[in-house]
Design a protein around this ligand. Structure first.
Ligand SMILES: [Zn+2]
Length: 377
């Protein structure tokens, strides 16, 4: 399977763009971490992800494998941000990247620049909470006006997107009422949030009623455009309150979207990989990936991929890198997914659980076939 997986078409259904800036060591290491405080005297290179950068990325920058971090970062600086992005994010063998443009966009290449730098096709996925914040800061004066402008703006931008994404797990957790709020509830909540934005007591969208409103409007648009709603699940930075990030808690909303024929794609999922696998089994509209975990797990990528493969139907799994900021994460996401999946399927072939031919069909579905089907590509 290794040769087959090295050449297989990949669609990265969830990633972010690459930074357009040259990075000093502290900034580079902060992008290697989900934490926001460095430990004095310690380095992010001292974890599996750091080993993978040395093994896989150093040769792409012209260094020997496992070059030390200082040499690695000097080589990176000498090449410049654009050349590093071209070499690493441009040599993943990915055919299409669906890019979440809703987080720290000002520090990253936009979709068109990513395509120009990497030579890879890109399409946009819109983060609904970020869009509502953008609308709220555009001179809106009443809750009613905010709600109507959000619906109009999201509708207009969706026409050019490939999917919508929610970070409800971050902003309110999954443990919230999930029914559609009434118009009156939405207008009142929006009035109150605008007041809080104005007096500085709120910096971002965290109101449960407004997040629910955004989710249901997004569901309507996903139904109309026949593309998925992505949900962040599990691993992320410390803003996540992990005990309430279990996606099975969100089953009522998922079920309502199933009735509408809207696909829900669960992103990252760690440590709720088995919960996501179960949801994929019982709901016809649920899909999952283990994005970013193959890069974080490094030598254990095979274990993480194997956990997703335990019971998840093959027609419900997707590939993503969830790369953010560092071109290395695009490169490692693809390389380690190819390797880990080859190892899992080779194991199954060696025990006679699958034929080589069927293993190739499974890999093709997960790497690109399922994404083409549900994203209407
Ligand atoms: Zn992401």
């Amino acid at each position: 399977m290794h040769k087959f997986m090295e050449q297989i078409e990949l669609i990265d259904h969830h990633c972010h763009a690459v930074t357009n800036q040259d990075l000093d060591r502290a900034t580079f290491e902060s992008l290697m971490s989900e934490g926001d405080r460095a430990v004095p005297g310690c380095t992010q290179f001292d974890k599996p992800l750091g080993l993978m950068m040395g093994k896989w990325c150093a040769p792409v920058l012209g260094l020997a494998p496992h070059a030390d971090p200082d040499s690695y970062l000097s080589a990176r600086k000498a090449l410049g941000a654009r050349e590093v992005a071209r070499r690493l994010a441009g040599q993943t063998g990915v055919n299409l990247m669906l890019i979440d443009t809703g987080f720290l966009a000002e520090r990253l290449y936009d979709c068109n620049e990513m395509k120009a730098v990497t030579g890879i096709q890109t399409k946009e996925v819109i983060r609904i909470e970020a869009l509502m914040e953008e609308v709220a800061r555009s001179g809106i004066t009443s809750g009613r006006e905010l709600a109507l402008a959000f619906v109009e703006t999201l509708g207009a931008r969706s026409a050019f997107a490939s999917g919508l994404k929610s970070i409800v797990a971050y902003r309110t957790s999954f443990d919230i009422p999930q029914s559609r709020p009434s118009e009156t509830e939405v207008f009142l909540a929006a009035d109150e949030w605008l007041r809080q934005l104005a007096d500085g007591t709120s910096k971002r969208l965290e109101d449960v009623t407004l997040v629910r409103f955004a989710l249901w409007e997004a569901g309507e648009l996903c139904r109309k455009h026949k593309f998925p709603l992505q949900l962040h699940v599990g691993i992320g930075d410390r803003d996540i309150f992990m005990p309430k990030c279990d996606p099975t808690v969100f089953a009522p909303f998922i079920k309502d979207m199933e009735d509408w024929g809207v696909s829900i794609t669960l992103l990252h999922c760690y440590p709720f990989i088995r919960e996501a696998a179960w949801l994929s089994e019982v709901f016809s509209n649920v899909y999952m990936d283990i994005g970013v975990m193959q890069s974080f797990a490094g030598p254990f990528a095979k274990k993480i991929i194997g956990e997703a493969m335990e019971i998840t139907p093959f027609y419900k799994q997707l590939y993503s890198s969830d790369a953010f900021g560092l071109a290395e994460m695009h490169y490692l996401g693809a390389a380690l997914f190819r390797k880990g999946m080859a190892e899992v399927l080779n194991g199954w072939i060696s025990t006679g659980d699958v034929t080589a031919n069927k293993a190739e069909q499974i890999a093709t579905a997960i790497c690109s076939g399922n994404a083409k089907r549900i994203y209407n590509l």
